[in-house]
Design a protein around this ligand. Structure first.
Ligand code: IFM
Length: 454
């Protein structure tokens, strides 16, 4: 009996995490190095100079995490698999002790009535593959499909709801253009090569998983509603939309990169890069689509910038004219505008465009929590996070009422964890994790979410 995409009906609920953000144990049981192990060593890369070496220690505390999920009463736990735990060099030799860990985690969840929903790639590329060119080379996509099958062979008897990639926009453009995520490269327009290889990786893996009757295969995209701040910004907003949204939706839905995208990403016209059959392979390869939503994107023209000079925020949108991003109030602690209407619009529009069932695979908020140690123990009264979650779950329900086929909603995130370039300075969890000893304390939002789920 394997887990499958939830049927149409009442919204089902879950929470999400990712391997490097929670597992720790980076040198245990033969795990190879990932690009995040390397990137976190780079001076200045991470705000608090931290890393994921211990994180939430979920590698050892997964039963405790599963108990927290059972206490919430959620149907799903979305977690990710660390590629270098399974294939320390990225391809070839399989490390069975790494697979054993995910085997234990899956069993622990199922024993508590929680459905496992693994993501195969949430950014921790094996360093050996990066050394061979990373996502800029085609071989990485092929290695990904082989890796997907190794995981499927081990977990496929119990798991049938698969996510191939998480937020490939971040992997391609924050990693290879903006340089703010691992591997920290600034390759300009070549980052579009990474985007194509990520599309191909999804397509190749989905085809192999489908051949093996693996169940329901999806991809989690951080698509964004693009709202130009004024009419003059419409042209740059179209470029932002191309690089943020259409570079993924085009192949998945139409089997093509559109002309507007090709004009900002001319490398995608290269027939050596985009080979015959690549885009056809990706078209229709997803049985469902995951939407990770936090905030809308409001492009504007940067005032006062000399013509041709890149605005700092334009680094992650190579080929798009200098562009600025307006962020309205209210904002969360990470500086992202709170706007649930963005989620509603995105769900309605993505369902209309793709016709696919959707899952909100991530949604949540960073707030600076006040931790109070009282006579009855530790409490965290995070009303701002409750308001955020309530607003966005209501928006999801409105989108469903408007016809969007949304099957499930997963909170980002179960645990306060390693927030990439922000280190541990930004907390999104509905459970507080003590940075010194990893003690878990459910916040008020945990109790609120448990009520909402039941
Ligand atoms: O923590 C991340 C997650 O890994 C991917 N989506 C956005 C979250 C908040 O930044």
């Amino acid at each position: 009996m394997t887990t499958r995409l939830p049927a149409a009906g009442p919204l089902s609920f879950g929470t999400a995490t990712a391997s490097y953000q929670v597992e720790g144990a980076v040198a245990e049981d033969g795990r190879g190095r990932s690009i995040w192990d390397t990137f976190t060593e780079r001076p200045g890369a991470i705000k608090d100079a931290s890393d994921g070496a211990v994180a939430c220690d979920s590698y050892h505390r997964f039963d405790e995490d599963a108990d927290l999920l059972a206490g919430l009463g959620v149907d799903w736990y979305r977690f990710s698999i660390a590629w270098p735990r399974v294939l320390p060099e990225g391809r070839g030799r399989v490390e069975t002790r790494g697979l054993d860990y995910y085997d234990r985690l899956v069993d622990s969840l199922l024993a508590r009535g929680v459905g496992p929903s693994p993501t195969l790639y949430h950014w921790d590329l094996p360093q050996a593959l990066e050394d061979a060119g990373g996502w800029l080379v085609r071989d990485t996509a092929e290695a990904f499909a082989d890796y997907a099958m190794v995981v499927h062979e081990r977990l496929g008897d119990r798991v049938g709801l698969w996510t191939t990639l998480n937020e490939p926009w971040c992997a391609a453009y924050l990693g290879y253009a903006g340089g703010v995520h691992a591997p920290g490269r600034r390759e300009g327009g070549d980052a579009h090569r990474a985007a194509h290889h990520l599309n191909l990786a999804h397509g190749l893996a989905a085809a192999r998983l489908h051949e093996a009757n693996a169940g329901d295969v999806g991809i989690a995209l951080n698509l964004a509603p693009i709202w130009p701040e004024r009419p003059e910004a419409e042209r740059v907003a179209d470029g932002v939309d191309a690089v943020r949204n259409r570079v993924w939706l085009g192949p998945l839905v139409d089997g093509a990169y559109d002309e507007g995208l090709l004009s900002v990403a001319p490398v995608l016209r290269d027939p050596e890069l985009v080979r015959d059959g690549d885009l056809e392979l990706v078209r229709g390869s997803a049985d469902w689509m995951g939407i990770n939503y936090y905030t809308p994107v409001r492009p504007d023209l940067p005032e006062g910038l000399p013509a041709g000079e890149a605005h700092p925020e334009a680094g992650a949108y190579p080929g798009v004219d200098p562009v600025a991003f307006v962020v309205r109030e209210p904002r969360t602690d990470i500086g992202w505008e709170v706007e649930p209407r963005g989620l509603e619009e995105l769900l309605v529009e993505t369902h209309r465009r793709s016709g696919l069932p959707l899952i909100v695979t991530e949604n949540g908020a960073a707030y600076a929590d006040e931790v109070v140690d009282g006579p009855d123990g530790r409490t965290i009264d995070d009303q701002d996070r409750i308001d955020y979650l309530r607003g966005h779950i209501d928006a999801t329900e409105r989108a469903r009422a408007a016809g969007a086929d949304v099957r499930a909603y997963f909170v980002w995130t179960l645990l306060d964890n390693f927030e990439w370039a922000e280190g541990y300075t930004k907390t999104f969890g509905i459970v507080h994790v003590d940075p010194d000893d990893q003690t878990r304390t459910p916040k008020a939002s945990y109790a609120w979410f448990a009520d909402r789920v039941r």
